[in-house]
Design a protein around this ligand. Structure first.
Ligand code: AHR
Length: 519
């Protein structure tokens, strides 16, 4: 009887497997590499990060304090620094986000035990100890090897506070602010290559109209004193998603005083803020909707770039997508104001799909900053006590590191369309670049949950002898790496590439990221 049950069980499993795979197919697709038509460089800053004082993004995520049992250097956790160094993080934006427009830099300098405690009004009303301030952030960025990108308080502050913070950080002289910095432990001026003048000034940063913000920006920039001490790129607070009027009015009225303007776009599976969708346990329909939402990034960039091309035809003003990524309903049982969410294979594939889009616009898109580095939204790293987990998004960033400072190479792709529930999207997107090491890199995000792709790439004159790469996938769409367990979503060597004459064939598994080097 027991045996009969086993046989029956095995048959049922086989039938189920056939039913589950019923929709799976291998899709044929082609792409043409224009190896002889190199495009604009892909700035390494396209692979930037954003770390806000929000939930456990900074406290626990970065800062544990010098007395912690968790291994740290001057209070900054060493496991996190090590993981971010491996990602070659080029830039970190700080201290917010919405937090930045209530932040007072003086709260975060000087003797730590004497710093005031404040209420973090934007993020759960949590106490802000100010233990992590300017010096601690600069130390963190230096340990990681990243450039700092500071967001200045415009909404609830004034140009004097901005000017004094900049002087405190960058003055090489004997003025009182420089002396104060030295007394606080830093002799040499800090290097501050990027400064954002306001954040979401249309919303949490002051509820301004674009006309009003453009005037405010001009007022602040008059006291910014861009010079040898402070050569920072000045970043205007940019639009919310598809609000091209903001980009238009702000760059028309204040563009000549700015070097870059930002843009924020978050991927919500449902597209609705009141019920965004779950980070795990989602179905294929939600997978499809999520990719449909994220692929809007292509159209979004095209629309804002068209406005910039009109107001800044010389392409002097960079477009910085300094907040992007997935935003789900918070993990059940966690503080809703702390925006903690898990991160699955879907996030890894989605990150790669966005990289491919950014690579299509590198003559204007000079920086992006995913929200956020640790424990918040689409994080690279999750922490729990002394443990860390590297997420699928972390690994997507890692696989794409050869694209940093590479030269974009056009890759014309014919991608079949797939329909998932009520959503139709291209099965995959891709991009290519010539790396600093001379190899040609191709990155592919297969957004089909079911279908593998046989991609035939004509190499357009590129003489190639070998292909090797890495693959990120998993059995389940919502697979995630858990604390204390072997990662189930991590890159493995990719064996699906073949070169025949001037053609490269790539067998791309369903729901995966593939990055190959061709040489
Ligand atoms: O990243 C979380 C928040 O999203 C930021 O603080 C804000 O700028 C945006 O609305």
């Amino acid at each position: 009887m027991a045996k009969a049950k086993t046989i029956l069980g095995a048959a049922a499993i086989a039938l189920l497997a056939i039913a589950t795979n019923a929709q799976a197919a291998e899709l044929a697709a082609t792409a043409a590499l224009k190896a002889d038509q190199p495009g604009a460089p892909i700035s390494r800053y396209v692979y930037g990060q954003f770390s806000e004082h929000l939930g456990a993004g900074v406290y626990d995520g970065v800062w544990v304090g010098p007395d912690s049992k968790i291994p740290n250097v001057r209070g900054i956790r060493s496991d996190v620094v090590g993981a971010l160094k491996d990602l070659k993080v080029p830039v970190i934006r700080w201290p917010g986000g919405c937090f930045a427009d209530e932040y007072r830099w003086r709260d975060g300098v000087g003797e730590r035990s004497k710093r005031p405690s404040r209420k973090n009004n934007w993020w759960g009303g949590s106490p802000e100890s100010n233990a992590f301030g300017t010096h601690e952030f600069m130390d963190f960025a230096e340990q990681v090897g990243a450039d700092p990108y500071l967001s200045i308080n415009v909404g609830s502050s004034d140009p004097t506070e901005m000017r004094e913070w900049i002087e405190y950080m960058t003055s090489p002289g004997d003025d009182t602010l420089a002396q104060e910095r030295r007394a606080n432990g830093r002799d040499k001026p800090f290097k501050v290559p990027f400064i954002g003048i306001g954040n979401e000034s249309w919303g949490c940063g002051g509820e301004m109209t674009p006309e009003y913000y453009a005037n405010e920006y001009r007022r602040f920039s008059a006291f910014f004193h861009k010079n040898n001490d402070n050569p920072a790129v000045r970043v205007g607070s940019g639009a919310n998603a598809f609000d091209t009027n903001w980009t238009d009015v702000v760059t028309k009225n204040a563009g000549r005083f700015m070097d870059a303007i930002s843009l924020h776009y978050y991927t919500l599976p449902t597209g609705k803020w009141d019920k965004k969708g779950a980070a795990t346990g989602f179905d294929k329909a939600a997978w499809g909707q999520t990719f449909a939402q994220t692929l809007r990034m292509e159209d979004l960039l095209t629309q804002h770039i068209a406005v910039l091309d009109k107001n800044d035809p010389d392409k002097r003003i960079g477009l910085f997508v300094d907040e992007w990524g997935t935003w789900y309903d918070v993990e059940p049982g966690t503080n809703p104001g702390h925006l903690y969410q898990l991160n699955t294979l879907r996030d890894g594939v989605l990150a790669a799909a966005n990289f491919n889009i950014f690579h299509h616009h590198t003559d204007r898109v000079k920086m992006t900053n995913i929200a956020q580095t640790i424990n918040v939204l689409q994080a690279m790293i999750l922490t729990k006590g002394d443990q860390i987990v590297l997420t699928p998004t972390y690994y997507a960033f890692k696989m794409y590191t050869p694209f940093q400072d590479a030269t974009a190479v056009p890759l014309e792709v014919q991608a079949p369309k797939i329909t998932i529930g009520a959503t139709t999207i291209p099965a995959f997107n891709a991009s290519a670049a010539k790396g600093k090491d001379g190899k040609t890199y191709i990155g592919v995000a297969n957004m089909s949950p079911d279908d593998s792709i046989k991609l035939s790439v004509s190499l357009g004159g590129l003489k190639a002898r070998s292909v090797s790469g890495q693959l990120l996938t998993a059995d389940k769409m919502d697979a995630f790496n858990a604390f204390g367990a072997k990662p189930v979503v991590a890159p493995v060597p990719y064996k699906g590439g073949r070169l025949v004459g001037d053609k490269l064939t790539l067998d791309i598994p369903a729901k995966s990221v593939v990055v190959v080097a061709v040489e």
